[in-house]
Each structure stands twice: as structure tokens, then as C-alpha cells.
Design a protein around this ligand. Sequence first.
Ligand code: SAM
Length: 329
Amino acid sequence: MAAKALRLPPMPSIRDIIKLYKLRALKQLSQNFLFEPRLTDKIVRNAGTITGNEVCEVGPGPGSITRSILNRRPARLVLIEKDPRFTPCLDMLAQASPCPVHFHLGDVMSFTMQNMFSEDRRRDWSEGLPGIRIIGNLPFNVSTPLIIKWIQAISENLLFPKHKRQLVVSLLERACVKPILRPYQLSVQEFGQICLAYRDMCEEMPGLYEYTLEDTPGDIEPEAVLFSWVDTAVFRYRQKQVYKPASLLFPKRKRQLVVSLLERACVKPVLRPYQLSVQEFGQICLAYRDMCEEMPGLYEYTLEDTPGDIEPEAVAEQEGEGDEIDFNK
Ligand code: SAM
């Protein structure tokens, strides 16, 4: 069949759909909709080969990027959306689609990866990139944990049982135009050391990133802790001295370990996360990994295991200081 014949039939515009279904963007889900087909076409064009590949779109919302994906004729499209208000418009798109569309309503973080892509997409690592793509315009607080989850799934052979996979993820992250978030984005590449290649997709499209897993990931647990730590340091503690987020990596009252970490990393404890270079974040992460190897059990103190345990206030109390710690004393 000619390529043109496979395009989506004419449909109401995304603006009309939003009006029709009264789909106000919800702040709590960091929703922000794209309306301009020329823009979404450009995003999808820059997200690599779609035609004939299996594609997963995370957070399709009212479906603007989805339309551009479908117009490029993927072999199959998997949609994962948390907000049930989008079900009618995504169902409508699925019905109009020339290719099979599988819509999953729910949080991508609890989505089961197995069977997401067809068995015939399975390749040996050495065979190069498989014909699968993952695309999303996601809030930044979702995208990093999501990348970790996917790498973990690959590392544990969950994506395709018995096969580790290469993976290309294209994420549009508006938030990273803010300079403070830039090191954080870069951190995914720098700290992971799990062969995640990261690149700005396109000069014209700031905020579109591609993450390619280039080699078989091994055990990535320490990296997972570090990813969330960087997240915490940059977002929750960015105005605090780096000593405070660093304390989260250790059991309570182990001030010496925090000092040792920052000394090993050659990072001044009084710096604030936003003042750290990507290299300095990387040094902290490498130093932490070394300490985990030297001290079996240290890694068990994950950020999640110690909620409230080492809150900044607790650290301050513990140190008998106010909010700031004077390391020059
Ligand atoms: N793709 C649409 C666009 O570009 O116009 C919507 C983008 S909006 C920034 C992000 C979308 O991701 C929203 O539809 C939101 O409901 C969805 N979302 C946010 N967190 C999610 C999660 N954990 N699982 C699945 N979808 C999520």
C-alpha cells in the first residue's frame, strides 16, 4: 500500500479535543500539552526511525505526539498514560490508526515490561539496535526514575526474558532548558557508567534527548541509588550545602563517612548542589561506589530505607549547628 494511504484520517485538532473533553492540564501531573503538529512532527522525526518499528509512547496525554508517530507508520504502538481523562481521545486515535495500538491506563512506573514489545523484536546484543523506540514528553521527575527502571529491566532480563537489550529512549524534557537542570540531565550519562550514551537530539529542538544503552548493563543497584541521590540533591536540596544531601547516603550519625565521601571526591562540603560541576557529581558517585565496595552493608542504607532519618534538620541537630555547617571551624 502507498505510504500516503496509511496516514490518519482527518480529525478534530488537539485544541478542539481538549475543549470537547474539558481536559484542563493538571499541575500535579506536570501536564503541559503540545498543540502544533509541525512541532510534534519535528520531535518524532528527530526521535529516529519509526516506520516499521515498535514504539512505546509514555504519557501521550491528548495525543499530539501520538498522531505524529502514527503518521510515520510504526509496526505497533504501545501507549502508557496515567490520567484516565485521556482514555476517550486515545481510544479514538487507536480506532483511526492504521497500525495496532495498545493502550494501557496506569502509572508507567508500575507497568510490567514483559511483553511490551513483540517476541520477534528480540535480538542478541551483538546484532545492533532492535526495532523498538521509546518516546515521551514527560515531567523530569518521572523520566529519570523511568530510565533507571528500564535499565534495571534490561539488566534483569525482564524486557525480553533471557536477553539483554539495547534501548533507545527519546525524551522531551522542557524543564531542562533551565540551566540548573542541565547538570542533572547530563548526570544520567556521567554517573551511570552503565554505558548510557546521551545526546542532544537536535540543535533546533532544545530539550529533546536520546539515551542509548550501548552495552550490556551489569548489576546497576549502586547506580540506581545514585540516580535518585542526584535527583534529591539537585531538586530537593539544591540550595543546601552538599554535605546535607550527601548525608542521605549514610546511616544516621555517621558524619565521618560523609566527610570521607566528600574528601575522596575532592568536593568542598560547603558548595551547593547547583554549584557543582557534572564532574564533581561524578566524583561523588564514584567515591560512594568505592565506599560501598569497602564497606559491605553500606549500600543497604538507600534513600528509601531511611525516610526522615537524615532530614536536613536532623543533620543540623546532630551536628549541633544551625542550618549551615561551617567546615572552616
Ligand atoms: N504527550 C503530551 C504532549 O506532549 O502534549 C502530554 C505531555 S504532558 C507533559 C505529560 C503526560 O505524561 C501527561 O499526559 C501525564 O498525564 C503523563 N504522565 C505523567 N506521569 C506519568 C506516569 N507516571 N505514567 C504515565 N503517564 C504519566
